[in-house]
Design a protein around this ligand. Structure first.
Ligand code: APR
Length: 254
């Protein structure tokens, strides 16, 4: 609706603690497929089984052998995510953080694009493709800093088994990052959701909690979602076009 972007800019500008939840949709304009909706990976393959982590624990060596060979139905998705570059939507959110308007960004994406775009206060609830993590002590390392001569690789700190930092289906969200997401959600009086179908928990809970605490919800999505009816404003369109315009409106209010 015309004027909605300006209204959203005012709501964001007058809120005290603005946070953002992003999903796969924000990276579509960087060439990374979404999971659901048109062009979605799960739309094509069907939702994956929920026991990926249990299968990994049963045989970490064979999981690593498959990963090293580039086997697996999500291999092309992971390659695109690994090689993608930020689009104007990622830079717009980094800009809002730099302006002191946005306090924290929770992303469900594993593509590292928010960090590459310059966002600093970022919680990656589903992990990061460029990192690996020890399943025993939770230490994280840059993927390239861990030797793959022996698989599964072991943790330099505690000798535990190392896996990708990407949270697998059936794997608990690492407590350290979950606590940050819950803390930031509790502090929010306004949450901007960008490019998420808001169907996967616990991330989908965060905007609901902001809402139930009387906070403002603003959505940026190509289509209607489960969240749309609960949003104060739902901006329909591409994140890469809407977010830069939203930032311009906010700049004019300063
Ligand atoms: N701009 C804005 N929104 C977009 C764009 C775009 N250019 N392209 C797609 N979208 C929207 C779609 O309409 C959809 O609502 O982005 C959303 C993407 O939804 P999903 O593919 O379900 O992604 P997400 O919400 O991040 O999924 C959550 O599910 O499979 C797991 O771990 C995976 O982190 C992922 C989680």
């Amino acid at each position: 609706m015309p004027g909605d972007i300006e209204k959203a800019a005012r709501l964001i500008f007058t809120s005290k603690y603005v946070t953002c939840l992003t999903g796969a949709g924000i990276s579509v304009e960087s060439g990374v497929r979404p999971f659901r909706g048109p062009g979605g990976l799960w739309t094509e393959l069907g939702e994956p089984p929920m026991d990926g982590y249990q299968k990994f624990l049963a045989n970490p060596k064979s999981h690593w052998e498959k990963t090293m060979k580039g086997a697996g139905s999500d291999w092309k998705f992971l390659k695109a995510a690994d090689e993608a570059i930020p689009n104007p939507a990622h830079y717009a959110l980094a800009n809002l953080e730099e302006m002191g308007i946005m306090k924290y960004l929770i992303t469900q994406n594993i593509d590292n694009l928010h960090l590459t775009a310059g966002s600093i206060k970022v919680a990656e609830i589903h992990g990061n493709i460029k990192k690996v993590r020890c399943i025993k002590c939770n230490a994280r390392y840059d993927r390239d800093d861990i030797s793959m001569d022996k698989i599964p690789p072991s943790c330099p700190k505690c000798n535990g088994i190392i896996k990708s930092d990407i949270v697998m289906f059936g794997e608990p969200i690492p407590l350290d990052v979950l606590k940050i997401c819950q803390r930031e959600t509790r502090k929010s009086d306004c949450m901007l959701t960008v490019g998420t179908s808001a169907l996967v928990y616990p991330a989908a809970d965060f905007p609901l909690e902001v809402r139930s605490n009387g906070g403002i919800l603003i959505e940026v999505n190509l289509y209607e979602t489960e969240l749309t009816p609960l949003c104060d404003i739902s901006l329909r369109g591409k994140a890469g076009e809407i977010l830069p315009e939203l930032v311009e409106y906010i700049k004019r209010l300063r």
